[in-house]
Write a protein that binds this ligand. Structure first.
Ligand code: AMP
Ligand code: MG
Length: 330
């Protein structure tokens, strides 16, 4: 049985109690909804993997109440980590650091590093305060699917599999945290997200690049992820209308996702209107990917935004949503 409640002081106290007993609580953060368990109860963390259907070698992010908790979970912390924490915590930034003995193999997926973040969402903050410990939480969706940006999204995927969903309205950033690896010398971005590369560079001066062969097990780094069930095809913006017409003329039911609301499309082609402004698109992106599946069309068409600022993370998620699925290969 999954309880679905509005986040209040009372329900947050109840949620903290569930966490202490090893239960699972979905809660809003500024990025996406998280599926939380007490990071120090191995059986609780194991339930997170079971509820999501997530492979056990994918690490979880540990959510902390404040930056002062960082040294409890990590060791040999470089100065750059404190600089980033001072600049962007609380906020949508995850730091990968060498793990302390507090971080179990279950939380880290057997890696010698741990992912840490201090969320800024007032409900996430209040939950962490009421709970008093640290919360291991990946996104509250089934593995490989689109991350949830409303409590209803969580309910539709995890009902019956978790104990409680705290409804705190839609998430503001709407994309997952930026992940920066500080465990291997030069800081490297493993996943673009809510904190832009431009802002990281302002603090760090420069960023390293990741040798492809050493790419770590970040589920966001899988080719196909964040994917709607409907096939999504990326086409250059100038060809959107024409591609839609060609597909529609072969009898395909088509939807076009675009910020150009006056794009000339055949009457039979559906339209999902993206906001023009970048941060508004980021917060609406996942709901728009879910809306594709609700339309019952054969194919969705979209174009990549310019890859500056949040456009980097938006383009990253769209490429993964459009990537060939494992099931495409049999
Ligand atoms: P999610 O919240 O669903 O985006 O999942 C958390 C993300 O953080 C996943 O992509 C993890 O693989 C990644 N992550 C967590 N800890 C680590 C780590 N120690 N090294 C690399 N990636 C990590
Ligand atoms: Mg996820």
């Amino acid at each position: 049985m999954t309880d679905f409640v509005t986040a209040t002081t009372e329900s947050l106290r109840h949620a903290a109690q569930i966490l202490r007993q090893g239960g699972l609580v979905a809660f809003p953060t500024e990025t996406v909804y998280g599926l939380g368990a007490d990071a120090e109860i191995p059986a609780a963390v194991a339930r997170v993997f079971a509820a999501k259907g997530r492979p056990a070698d994918h690490p979880l992010i540990v959510h902390l109440a404040g930056a002062e908790e960082l040294d409890r979970w990590a060791r040999d912390v470089p100065a750059a980590a404190y600089d980033l924490a001072a600049a962007f915590w609380p906020g949508p930034l995850t730091l990968i650091l060498k793990r302390s003995s507090r971080a179990s193999d279950l939380v880290t997926g057997g890696l010698d590093t741990v992912g840490l973040r201090v969320p800024s969402h007032p409900i996430a903050q209040e939950l962490l305060q009421a709970f008093g410990g640290s919360i291991a939480a990946p996104s509250a969706n089934r593995f490989g699917r689109v991350s949830p940006t409303t409590a209803q999204h969580v309910l539709s995927e995890l009902e019956g599999r978790i104990d409680l969903i705290l409804d705190g309205g839609p998430c503001q950033v709407g994309l997952e945290s930026t992940i920066v690896d500080l465990s291997r010398g030069q800081p490297v971005v493993l996943r673009p997200g809510g904190i832009t590369t431009e802002r990281l560079t302002e603090v760090l001066g420069s960023l390293g690049t990741l040798p492809a062969a050493t790419a770590p097990r970040v589920s966001g780094a899988l080719d196909s992820h964040y994917a709607p069930r409907t096939r999504l095809i990326l086409v250059p913006e100038a060809n959107l209308a024409q591609q839609a017409e060609v597909l529609a003329s072969t009898g395909k039911r088509v939807v076009v996702l675009s910020a150009d609301h006056s794009l000339p499309l055949p009457a039979a082609v559906e339209r999902i209107k993206w906001p023009a402004e970048q941060s508004s698109l980021a917060s609406a992106l996942y709901a728009s990917l879910r809306a594709i599946d609700a339309l019952d069309v054969d194919v969705a068409l979209a174009s990549l935004p310019a890859e500056q600022g949040l456009g980097q993370a938006i383009a990253d998620r769209l490429r993964k949503a459009a990537a060939p699925r494992p099931e495409d290969n049999g």
